[in-house]
Ligand binder design. Structure first.
Ligand SMILES: C[S@@+](CC[C@H](N)C(=O)[O-])C[C@H]1O[C@@H](n2cnc3c(N)ncnc32)[C@H](O)[C@@H]1O
Length: 161
């Protein structure tokens, strides 16, 4: 069995509440690239990436989308959205610290959610072709990329604004 499938059926902790997911999907996404990090497993990942400390990670954008990077190098920070492919999706209430404290999924940044979309604000170090080097990610090596956007807060203004 694939590793991802094992993770998606992770056991439920004390007090956690499972819900039922809709039978059908409402939309489709394209995985537009892969994120490469030094983190081999979820346990190796930081809880939240640090855009100042790193470590450096690379985003390998599918070459077909490379032209869509035009202008992005004007930004110090970018929003990176990625798909937490090893997360189960059916928990409504979670016990995130394993201490019995129960919190609703939408009050958490947990990857466990109906649509396992993660968002990190990363520092953009450089762009080489379709490869971006960034700091501030917290995902397992190979995690699918779903979008990149410029981040305006705290970064320098884009030259083409
Ligand atoms: C708490 S989430 C935060 C993600 C993002 N920074 C956010 O706020 O949306 C980060 C954790 O997700 C887990 N994780 C990392 N990569 C994953 C993946 N591909 N699938 C499922 N879980 C993952 C790791 O345990 C990591 O510490």
């Amino acid at each position: 069995m694939a590793e991802a499938a094992v993770h998606r059926s992770d056991s439920i902790r004390d007090g956690e509440v499972q819900g039922s997911l809709p039978e059908h999907f409402d939309a489709s996404v394209y995985f537009i690239g892969r994120i490469h990090t030094p983190f081999k497993t979820r346990a190796d990942c930081p809880r939240r990436g640090d855009p100042e400390q790193g470590p450096d990670c690379t985003i390998e954008l599918d070459a077909r989308f490379a032209d869509a990077l035009k202008g992005l190098d004007a930004y110090e920070h970018i929003a990176v959205l990625y798909w937490m492919d090893q997360a189960r999706r059916d928990l409504l209430v979670q016990n995130p610290k394993h201490d019995g404290g129960l919190v609703g999924t939408f009050a958490l940044r947990s990857p466990v959610r109906p649509n396992p979309i993660a968002l990190s604000i990363a520092r953009l170090i450089r762009i080489d072709g379709a490869t971006l080097t960034v700091r501030g990610l917290d995902c397992v090596n190979g995690t699918p990329l779903i979008d990149i956007k410029p981040e305006f807060t705290g970064g320098r203004k884009p030259c083409h604004a």
